[in-house]
Design a protein around this ligand. Sequence first.
Ligand SMILES: Cc1cc2nc3c(=O)[nH]c(=O)nc-3n(C[C@H](O)[C@H](O)[C@H](O)COP(=O)(O)OP(=O)(O)OC[C@H]3O[C@@H](n4cnc5c(N)ncnc54)[C@H](O)[C@@H]3O)c2cc1C
Ligand SMILES: *[C@@H]1O[C@H](CO)[C@@H](O)[C@H](O)[C@H]1NC(C)=O
Ligand SMILES: *[C@@H]1O[C@H](CO)[C@@H](O)[C@H](O)[C@H]1NC(C)=O
Ligand SMILES: *[C@@H]1O[C@H](CO)[C@@H](O)[C@H](O)[C@H]1NC(C)=O
Length: 457
Amino acid sequence: MNRFALLSVLFTLIPGSLAACFCTVTGSLDDCACDVETIDTFNNQKLFSKLQNLLSSDYFRFYKVNLNNPCPFWTDSGHCGLRDCAVKPCTASEVPEGLKSSYKYSLEASEHTEECEMAEKLGAVNGSLSDETRQALLEWNRHDDEADRFCMHDDEDSPQAQYVDLLLNPERYTGYKGPEAWQIWNSIYEENCFKPYTVKRPLNPLVSSAGDGEGRGFYSWLEDLCVEKRAFFRLVSGLHASINVHLSARYLLDDNWFERKWGHNVSEFKLRFDDDLTKGEGPKRLRNLYFLYLIELRALAKVQPFFQQPSFSLYTGQPEQDRANKHLLLELLHLARSFPLHFDETTLFAGDKKEAAQLKNDFRQTFRNISRIMDCVGCFKCRLWGKLQTQGLGTALKILFSEKQIETLPQSSSSRPSFQLSRQEIVSLFNAFGRVSTSIRELENFRKLLSELKQEL
Ligand SMILES: Cc1cc2nc3c(=O)[nH]c(=O)nc-3n(C[C@H](O)[C@H](O)[C@H](O)COP(=O)(O)OP(=O)(O)OC[C@H]3O[C@@H](n4cnc5c(N)ncnc54)[C@H](O)[C@@H]3O)c2cc1C
Ligand SMILES: *[C@@H]1O[C@H](CO)[C@@H](O)[C@H](O)[C@H]1NC(C)=O
Ligand SMILES: *[C@@H]1O[C@H](CO)[C@@H](O)[C@H](O)[C@H]1NC(C)=O
Ligand SMILES: *[C@@H]1O[C@H](CO)[C@@H](O)[C@H](O)[C@H]1NC(C)=O
């Protein structure tokens, strides 16, 4: 199937054969030869484990984030007291010296000595940079890409920003639910998804899944949107689906004096995604998840030249590991490139130049607003992963829609301003994709569990 055909299949909102591919308790998956299967095979057999490998490295596991920004839209109802919402930030000694210092070095030589002393004390790390790396870091810090960004700058340099070890704070069931969580999703869909104001979405989704008053289903307003705005909705919905797949796959199954056990909760999954139980909405949500996957995968393929630059380093101050990780990263990007059915981003924001530019701007502003809403998420664990995933998706969009040339040649040979990514963007991009990739993988697990259940009956 060519790109365009795939695109149109993915944009179709009518449940079709694709819908039958997912999570339905009846009907076997075997006789369904659809494109999601191409994604499944590609992800589950080729990409997933490589990516997980990369994400366990020091460069990618430490994410610097400010979880203490106040909510800009309404007054917080305080912190969520749930124990599984807690995020444990790293102590200074847990973060590799090279990570902490890489940015500072390039800006302030005076801090050099202090950092080096610390590095010496710790012994393990050579915190000093080669001239080449220093130059590259300088280059990266100099850029101003305000016009390209889809997310608010999360003040990385704010004193409140902290490193979080993502491996120690996994995304999973937290018990964050009810009106507070709904308010977040609601303000995203209701006020930040280009939805016409005439259509009201109930705050409590259980009360009613009202239509548009004309006998059409609630989501029928989507059909009237242009392709870009629909894509926007689908990305948000895909993210929502991914989060809900994770909490179903890492559900708190047992909580007693002796142990806390996390694992798959099939009933929870079915409540959220089963065709019948969700009146057909579940399979659409999952298709949106696949859509999100395709968008992020395409961004990785496109950004490959940036990472191929010899001056680019996954710098943590441990040269051998850093080199090995760069090698692994490039292998992964090569694999991403080899995917046969890539999304074609040039079909979006095409058409009339002025209109397209306006649309793109709206798209960007709205997405940025969503990244700010993440500061309103009451559960810190959810806020952490929410921020990371929106920033990662924002970075993917920046890659796909930046006007700047992504370098293949050394920077000096080009007169155009070059495309840049900060460490925070890089870490969020790959970790966000890691989440979606894990969700796709989990769907396979749920399918297995569901078919086992069926056989038992
Ligand atoms: C940013 C953020 C991060 C979160 N992270 C976590 C986490 O890490 N762990 C955790 O346990 N909980 C997390 N939550 C909470 C979780 O997403 C749910 O809100 C919560 O479990 C309650 O679920 P619910 O069944 O009431 O429906 P919700 O998921 O709250 O959804 C509300 C309504 O939106 C509609 N809907 C549901 N899914 C989709 C979709 N994919 N696309 C379009 N519409 C949809 C349905 O009508 C649904 O009833 C997070 C919430 C937010 C806002
Ligand atoms: C640390 O690395 C720098 C640059 O790579 C090198 O010049 C220096 O000798 C190293 N120092 C130690 C103690 O290994
Ligand atoms: C941003 O989101 C908030 C909260 O949903 C909303 O009230 C506001 O109108 C949005 N602003 C823009 C510019 O979209
Ligand atoms: C699984 O989820 C269902 C639905 O939310 C819940 O009722 C049930 O208690 C959960 N199972 C376990 C073992 O926690």
